[in-house]
Design a protein around this ligand. Sequence first.
Ligand SMILES: [Zn+2]
Length: 326
Amino acid sequence: MHGVRLLPACLDLGRRPRLSIQNVVSIGGPVFKPRPAEYGPGAGAARFGIFKDSDIEETDIEVKDIEVKVMAQLEIFQFPTRSDNYGVLIHDPKTGATASIDAPEAAPILAALAQKGWDLTDILVTHHHADHTAGIGALKNRYGCTVYGPAREAGLIPGLDVEVKEGDTVSVGHADATVIDTSGHTRGHVSYYFPDQAPVFVGDTLFSVGCGKLLEGDAPTMWASLSKLAALPPETDVYCGHEYTGANCRFALTIEPDNAALRARAAEVAENDANGRPSLPTTIGLERATNPFLRASSPEIQARLGLEGQPLEAVFGEVRRRKDRF
Ligand SMILES: [Zn+2]
């Protein structure tokens, strides 16, 4: 057993320190970061999830000389909007730059900005659907902010100023986001990944234990998009456009009932739902372990669908079809 060292300077900031996983690989594989309530000032021990053969075992471990990196540059504020959307503001305290991820509706975003004392400078639009763009006009009128969105949906997004595509960089103050083409739910859907800060904003491409419907794309397109997100580092925080996690878990358990990590996630989500707590953001590592739409290579899933050895996009497509009928 070893001792965890959380630097007091990090804890004083009142936000989650980010633990580097490199130093604890030797305890048995990649580790995802502990949840905020699970560590306390002064440290000593922390609760981690350890990936073993794609299952997650939660365990109390202690490790020595863990590296603590504080990503102090960006503040992220998530809040509910509409019936099942989440709004997200990201804020660079150094410059005051503040971006809204999508604009589901103006009023709750304006309230969130007022609550935080932030002025909106940018809107990063993931796709053209009204429940992601309806607030753009009012926000632009109020703040004169710059609206970024997918070039392939340019005619469908009101107030769009800057058209973006795969590989482009969008800056929010000092923080740079890489644009990832995650089409499939819509023809031009994009996600915004901040590699130095570790969040990715995925709109309606990836949900926790779910994915968006294939409204304008086919299964191979969506599988390619989801595969790009799944390839991000496991500790990446994933912010989704909607909270459907409870219903998604109920479906996922029909597809991969023996997945222990999924069963654990379903129990956690049920508890969150009962207590009115969000189950978002999630992480790439947790989704890889639990989300049937990322797990087309799972032997259990392939066997259950009678698709052993079939192309992964075909397995994914069948999971998606079953979800549409669920
Ligand atoms: Zn949508």
